[in-house]
Design a protein around this ligand. Structure first.
Ligand SMILES: Nc1ncnc2c1ncn2[C@@H]1O[C@H](COP(=O)(O)OP(=O)(O)OP(=O)(O)O)[C@@H](O)[C@H]1O
Length: 256
């Protein structure tokens, strides 16, 4: 059931009857939606509604039926599609690996083994990438010693290199305290404004969604329940249909 008509804007991505099965179970059951070019679109829904699965289908991690159409001219048929930056929900790195952020970035940026050392070019690039997300002071910190907020910024730096056309963020601020969450969303909004990158982010924080998203997509049991602007979508009636609970949103302006 669709509660609001999709806003007619130029889409970067069109999903049509997108279906994904995992372990023999239907997880996405025919998702049809547009992701507006240049927008920040928030993907919301209950735990298990299929949000991560949708992001993973977009990066070809899960086979799917139906169509995912990118209107940007890049080749997305490769195992890891071009021009998509992705920050997953969890980093599945062995925390015992004695890896500094400098090494971590170099491993991704270099084509040569780390034991040959880090080239000047890669060192300069790593610093520039961290400066962009305001954590250049973390270069020599072990990855396991980063705070939740710092780690998210390092992962964001990686997702932004090379400059993507679509940035997928899976609960990017989960586990970060309110002040840092707000700063993180501010950073995403700035990057979106300055580069025009289209952002699709999963969030459970409806206040952040109300403040920073241009569009909201609601998933329920693997299908789109409703899509539209935050003001259209974050209404008590829609939220009770999506979350099965009474939720009232109070428009809020953050103080400086
Ligand atoms: N590899 C898998 N094999 C089988 N089932 C899976 C697999 N991965 C996810 N699922 C199931 O698919 C459903 C959707 O999971 P998904 O992680 O996409 O939900 P989500 O909306 O992102 O949830 P959350 O808000 O908790 O992160 C869940 O029921 C989950 O148990």
């Amino acid at each position: 059931m669709s509660l609001a008509l999709p806003v007619v804007v130029r889409p970067l991505v069109s999903l049509s009857d997108l279906r994904v099965e995992l372990g023999g179970k239907p997880i996405l059951r025919g998702v049809t939606a547009n992701i507006a070019r240049g927008s920040i679109t928030a993907l919301i829904g209950l735990n298990g509604s299929g949000k991560t699965t949708l992001l993973r289908a977009l990066v070809n991690e899960y086979p799917h039926k139906g169509t995912i159409k990118f209107h940007c001219g890049h080749d997305h048929s490769k195992p890891y599609p071009e021009a998509i930056g992705y920050v997953p929900q969890r980093l599945t790195l062995d925390a015992r690996l004695p890896l500094t952020v400098r090494d971590f970035l170099a491993l991704t940026l270099s084509r040569r083994p780390l034991f040959f050392g880090i080239s000047k070019k890669v060192a300069a690039k790593s610093r520039e990438m961290l400066e962009r997300v305001e954590v250049a002071n973390c270069l020599d910190v072990p990855v396991e010693g980063l705070s939740g907020g710092q780690l998210q910024r390092v992962l964001l730096a990686l997702a932004l290199e090379p400059q993507p056309e679509l940035l997928l963020l899976d609960e990017p601020a989960a586990g970060i305290d309110f002040k840092d969450q707000k700063k993180f969303y501010e950073l995403i909004a700035t990057i979106n404004r300055e580069t025009g990158v289209t952002v699709l982010l999963v969030s459970h924080d409806l206040n952040m969604v109300q403040t920073y998203a241009h569009e909201v997509l609601c998933l329920r049991s693997g299908a789109i329940q409703c899509q539209g602007s935050p003001n259209e979508i974050l209404t008590p009636i829609n939220m009770s249909l999506v979350f099965g609970a009474e939720i009232h949103m109070f428009p809020h302006r953050f103080g400086s």
